[in-house]
Design a binder for this molecule. Structure first.
Ligand code: ADP
Length: 276
């Protein structure tokens, strides 16, 4: 005769499953929706320059085949579109890499003053092209934060490039480094200030969302990807910092990154390869 197992306790599994799914339903749906939106946006952003490239290829194979002047002009546009796609893919990859390690704290001592000097120096050619003067009077003493040098360079470059792109009409931008003591201890506040058209208040809360732009046409014209400030936000978060955005429309915009200062460097510590 078949062995009969004694009846076990009532199974709560179904009930528990139901509870879990009820609890998670809304945030889960929201996360799924955000992911779907992100993929749709990214695909759209990539498809736009691709469609333009395909169009130019057709024209070059057809009507413009024998027109040397048109060919040169079209090839220059195609080169710009290809660069835009490359930048977009670069930014997408950086964003996903930084997101993956957002909870891992970067720990290399970095002198923010030296780093800013180098970033500002590197952007001099772009500033010259735009007719913008970069004002920066760095403090004499180094200011050390625990960080990932490449990511910090990227964050400050993004802010300064934006000031040069969107605020160029102001003719100058100012970088400032200020020590502050807040509720969370000593911080360094680095601000990038421009005197361009600024940003209308309704855009401010959404500027760091991926692909969000205050002015889509202007961003496109500047070769923007819409990912710069999302990258900055993630980098700053990973460094336990804060990003502040202030603007007076018509008078300019100020972007400020605050980072915790590392005070006592253990002996044998090197900053940018130099013992301190
Ligand atoms: P983008 O690649 O479009 O520059 P970002 O994420 O870097 O993307 O910036 C998002 C949007 O924020 C820009 O498209 C622009 O509309 C606005 N923005 C950023 N910096 C400035 C600034 N300094 N002045 C005015 N608008 C700005």
């Amino acid at each position: 005769a078949p062995v009969r197992l004694p009846p076990g306790p009532a199974q709560p599994a179904g009930e528990r499953l139901l509870l879990v799914s009820f609890h998670d339903l809304t945030p889960l749906r929201r996360a799924e929706q955000m992911r779907a939106d992100f993929i749709a946006n990214a695909s759209h952003e990539l498809r736009t320059p691709l469609a333009s490239l395909s169009g130019f290829i057709d024209t070059l194979q057809g009507p413009a085949r024998a027109d040397t002047a048109a060919r040169e002009r079209f090839l220059a546009i195609m080169r710009a579109q290809a660069s835009r796609m490359a930048r977009l893919i670069d930014d997408l990859l950086s964003l996903s890499r930084i997101e993956l390690k957002v909870h891992v704290r970067p720990e290399t001592p970095v002198d923010i003053v030296l780093l800013l000097r180098q970033v500002a120096e590197g952007l001099q050619p772009l500033a010259g092209e735009r007719g913008v003067t970069i004002g920066f009077e760095p403090p004499a003493a180094p200011v050390t934060v625990a960080g990932d040098r490449d990511e910090l360079v990227r964050a400050f470059e993004n802010l300064i490039e934006n000031a040069l792109k969107y605020g160029a009409s102001g003719g100058r931008i100012d970088l400032a480094v200020l020590r502050e003591t807040g509720p969370r201890g000593d911080e360094i506040a680095v601000s990038v200030k421009d005197y361009g058209p600024g940003i209308a208040p309704e855009h401010l809360p959404r500027l760091t969302e991926r692909f969000y732009r205050a002015d889509v046409a202007e961003s496109r014209a500047q070769g923007g990807t819409g990912l710069g400030l999302a990258l900055v936000k993630h980098i700053v978060q990973r460094h336990r910092g804060r990003l502040g955005i202030d603007s007076t429309p018509g008078a300019g915009a100020t972007f400020t990154i605050r980072l915790p200062i590392v005070t006592a460097a253990p002996s044998g510590t090197k900053i940018d390869g130099i013992p301190v």
